[in-house]
Ligand binder design. Structure first.
Ligand code: 5AD
Ligand code: SF4
Length: 443
């Protein structure tokens, strides 16, 4: 009987992507993937360290898994940040592997099986060059949309953020490796690829001709793949939103009109304290030029409320910026002090009830904006990439260019097709509609 492995991922899309790469490597080692921890031979928790809550989830999950007979490994950003401390706190853990060391998984598993408790948190290697490539069958099983990490790490050092410590400095993968991976995905039926990086628009990958390619150049190169219908990228820093990338949103029809561009706060004082290296005015001007290039672009963002020293007036500036920009969707968080980051040691921490009240107000505004954006789509005809069966029988769910889930009747087409859908209603975060004169996409 073959061995079974279960991987549970927390946190961002980069972790989701890493989990697929680990699964592919484990498949090469003879593991089949299980869809639950119970009864598995190997359990990997692929963890997130971004906020305290995310990090603490790991320990409660480990507590639950204590009784399993499986080998237990902790991967991801908590592994990187806490290393051996994890085994001290939860001795049931058999090995710890940081995000840059996944190519060493087979070795670490072997050591763990011998009763050693290896901890590997080296940041140096290009893990992707060593990890197994996915089998066509595995790609197809994962669906018609896929993530592809092109850049890892961050050199920005925002005062609140652990990423530069957990993922290291910025490293971009070579264009050729990314192109080969994209080709493999498309060959297995993938229609939409989301390029991932902690700071993806700072991508500067070796172009194979002695130079480096920008993200815009990479997008252009990938867009030439005939079977590929859609490209997206996430997540971006405003200061790396270069002119060529803005122009790509105007010129490249395969690049979807959706942009996640976190601003974090609307007050210049707070932005400065956060070490964001731009002002609210510069962000507004940037949004204006992006909208000039692609008027229908849907904007998304991240916000932190209650950063140390944030006054009522500072928070009102965040509300004002949010009102002015108008987001189609957004994520907002209470500031969470992270060990080792500059802001964690500040004495002017904002009291919890103040953070909670601000978060509630901001989220109410963002929810309202999302509702308005979705309602504005009713009556329009949008191309929808059909992804999978919907919740109800006889229904597919797919995505609009703006990343909204769209529910359509199953007769509308097949998974992987792009159909033009007349949007008839918006409910919650989803749109509903049916094809208006069905059309098969050209690709
Ligand atoms: N506290 C709260 N939110 C944070 N983020 C990053 N670090 C923290 C922190 N210490 C948020 C930012 C970032 C997103 C991924 O998580 O908004 O863009
Ligand atoms: Fe969490 Fe950041 Fe690590 Fe992603 S990169 S898993 S968000 S800590």
């Amino acid at each position: 009987m073959s061995k079974r492995a279960f991987i549970k991922s927390y946190g961002c899309q980069m972790n989701v992507y890493d989990a697929t790469r680990m699964a592919d490597e484990l498949a090469r080692q003879g593991y089949e993937m299980a869809d639950a921890a119970e009864g598995a031979d190997l359990i990997l928790l692929n963890t997130c360290h971004i906020r305290e809550k995310a990090a603490e989830k790991v320990y409660s999950e480990l507590g639950r898994l204590k009784g399993e007979r499986a080998l237990i490994g902790v991967a991801g950003c908590v592994a990187q940040a806490e290393g051996e401390e994890i085994i001290r706190r939860q001795p049931r853990v058999d090995f710890v592997v940081g995000p840059q060391a996944y190519h060493l998984l087979p070795e670490l598993i072997a050591k763990a099986q011998r009763g050693e408790a290896p901890v590997e948190t080296d940041l140096a290697e290009d893990k992707f060059a060593h990890l197994a490539a996915p089998q066509k069958r595995a790609i197809t099983a994962r669906g018609v949309t896929a993530f592809l990490t092109v850049q890892e790490g961050c050199d920005k050092f925002c005062a609140f953020c652990v990423v530069p410590y957990t993922r290291g400095g910025e490293v971009s993968r070579p264009v050729a490796a990314i192109f080969a991976e994209a080709e493999r995905l498309v060959d297995a039926g993938v229609r939409e690829i989301t390029l991932l990086g902690q700071n993806v628009n700072a991508y500067r990958g070796p172009d194979g001709m002695g130079g480096t390619a920008s993200l815009a150049a990479l997008v252009e190169r990938l867009a030439a793949l005939p079977g590929l219908a859609r490209l997206r990228f996430t997540t971006s820093h405003p200061n790396d939103m270069s002119a060529d990338l803005i122009a790509a949103h105007r010129d490249e029809p395969k690049l979807m009109p959706y942009l996640h561009l976190p601003v974090q706060a609307g007050s210049d004082k707070v932005l400065k304290a956060m070490n964001r290296k731009h002002t609210a005015g510069q962000y507004r001007a940037l949004i204006e030029s992006i909208r000039a290039a692609r008027p229908d672009i849907a904007l998304s963002g991240d916000f932190i409320v209650g950063f140390p020293g944030e006054s009522d007036a500072d928070f009102e500036a965040t509300m004002a910026l949010t009102r002015d920009v108008g987001y189609a969707s957004a994520y907002s968080f209470k500031y969470s002090p992270r060990p080792g980051t500059p802001a964690a040691g500040r004495e002017d921490q904002v009291p919890e009830p103040v953070k909670a009240e601000r978060l509630q107000r901001l989220q109410a505004l963002l929810t309202e904006q999302q509702r308005a954006f979705n309602a504005g789509c009713v009556g329009r005809t949008l191309p929808v990439l059909i992804e999978k069966p919907g919740k109800k029988p006889g229904q597919w769910v797919g995505r609009s260019p703006y990343l909204q889930p769209v529910h359509i009747p199953a007769e509308a087409g097949q998974v992987g097709e792009i159909v033009e859908v007349a949007i008839s209603s918006a409910q919650g975060n989803s749109l509903f509609g049916a094809p208006a004169g069905m059309r098969r996409d050209a690709a």
